[in-house]
Design a protein around this ligand. Structure first.
Ligand code: SAM
Ligand code: SF4
Length: 413
């Protein structure tokens, strides 16, 4: 989501006569787009802001901090880093050109952290990439007890379907072949009685997009209809990112996820029964407050049972202001150890499943040259390398011949 927002900010700047430079220290204006989901992301952004003090005092005209951390820590940023000129929440990017003018002309500082209304109106996104993103919703109302997103991104709102189609067409026109529809919970999309499966069908059928995906699906809102739309439309990829978070029902309830382990298993079963070639990936948090060893082991057992094709795995990070921040935290060492165990288990699963790709042929959309060949993606969103020189944007069937580490290597057939 943030990568996509950064691209849009970049286009707003370019469109207003501020071309991009490759080396940040040669820039006149720098914006840092920030994330608040985990403490680690915030600490990295704060560290980077400190490194720009010299640049701002000697050469830079405007230093801006934007995004979720800017919204959450606006006062702290202005106090701790007095060389920062602009602190803008995630919804203020369309006002950046106007604010740059104010800052440079009046030598003033601006803080604008209002959220709740932005919906990418008038954004004309073009791209030079093979794969790109289109946001279909902003904000989130789910209030998972550990999560800061609803506090920093505002209420969930859906973008008009016509705007989404216009942006998809714009990207397809500029050469993009693989588009991911984005939202904190795409399954909650609802605009003028078009729900998510309706939107997916319209985008698949009314645009010439070669491959269509979506991210992220909250299991509590996953519908059978989504599976049907995927089966009916060849350009929608068989890839499901369904964050599990925990394999224990007490922890899921404390997390306010509104599904049980049994509900989750039911979804996986329905997907695999209808689309046997589906790739399923997930997010998991370990060390949630009060999680016992036994409850953590239930997550491990579920991960072994489901055999995800990939997983983003996180240590629980306390987010001030959330409900979970009031619960007693587990010792950091315990949380670290649990993450290590989970990563080891999941890595073995990935290696096993990637080995099963050997000898099979996959449709690969090539994205970029690498030092030893070309990297592309399968429909299941799995990276594949061929040691051949292939033009990015082209599509070939690739026979997988071996795996290196966790990466399948193949050759064009
Ligand atoms: N909206 C998506 C959903 O509900 O599945 C997820 C968006 S969140 C920005 C991405 C992932 O970050 C979550 O699925 C969760 O695993 C992780 N995450 C969020 N808050 C966290 C926290 N406080 N500590 C650790 N991981 C967290
Ligand atoms: Fe955070 Fe839950 Fe919303 Fe996802 S659905 S963004 S985890 S509150």
């Amino acid at each position: 989501m943030n990568k996509n927002d950064s691209e849009i900010i970049n286009q707003v700047l370019i469109g207003n006569g501020f071309p991009r430079v490759e080396n940040p220290l040669e820039a006149d204006i720098i914006f840092i787009n920030t994330c608040s989901v985990r403490n680690h992301a915030e600490q990295r952004a704060l560290g980077y802001i400190s490194t720009l003090k010299k640049w701002r005092e000697k050469k830079g005209l405007v230093l801006g901090v934007i995004g979720c951390m800017a919204k959450r820590l606006a006062d702290e940023i202005i106090t701790r880093y007095p060389f920062v000129d602009l602190v803008l929440g995630p919804d203020s990017y369309q006002k950046i050109p106007e604010y740059i003018k104010l800052v440079t002309e009046n030598k003033t500082k601006i803080i604008d952290t209002e959220v709740g209304s932005e919906l990418y109106t008038n954004v004309e996104k073009t791209s030079h990439r093979v794969s790109d993103f289109v946001s279909i919703t902003r904000g989130c109302d789910n209030y998972c007890s550990y999560c800061i997103v609803p506090f920093v991104r505002g209420r969930m709102r859906s973008r008009p379907a016509d705007d989404i189609i216009r942006e998809v067409n714009c990207l397809v026109g500029s050469g993009v072949k693989d588009i991911t529809l984005l939202g904190q919970n795409v399954n909650e999309y609802n605009y003028n009685s078009i729900n998510f499966s309706g939107l997916l069908r319209i985008v698949a059928q009314k645009t010439n997009v070669f491959r269509l995906r979506f991210l992220t699906s909250h299991p509590k809102d996953f519908s059978e209809e989504i599976i049907n739309v995927i089966k009916e439309n060849k350009n929608i990829c068989e890839w499901f990112h369904l964050p599990l978070q925990s394999g224990n029902n007490r922890i899921l309830q404390l997390m306010n996820r509104k599904y049980t382990k049994e509900d989750y298993l039911g979804i996986i079963e329905r997907i695999r029964k209808n689309i046997p070639e589906a790739f399923i990936t997930t997010d998991i948090i370990v060390g949630f407050p009060t999680e016992s060893e036994k409850e953590f082991n239930e997550t491990i057992e579920l991960v072994k049972q489901i055999e995800f094709d990939d997983a983003y795995m996180y240590r629980y990070s306390v987010r001030p202001g959330t409900r979970a921040s009031e619960y007693p935290s587990l010792p950091e060492e315990v949380i670290k150890q649990r993450l290590k165990i989970l990563i080891e288990v999941q890595n073995q699963i990935i290696i096993k499943k990637t080995k099963q790709m050997i000898g099979k042929t996959y449709e690969v959309l090539f994205e970029e040259k690498t030092y030893n060949g070309t990297r592309g993606k399968t429909r299941g969103n799995k990276d594949v390398i061929v040691e051949q020189n292939i033009e990015p944007g082209s599509v070939y069937n690739v026979l997988i011949t071996e795996i290196r580490g966790r990466t399948p290597i193949g050759r064009v057939t």
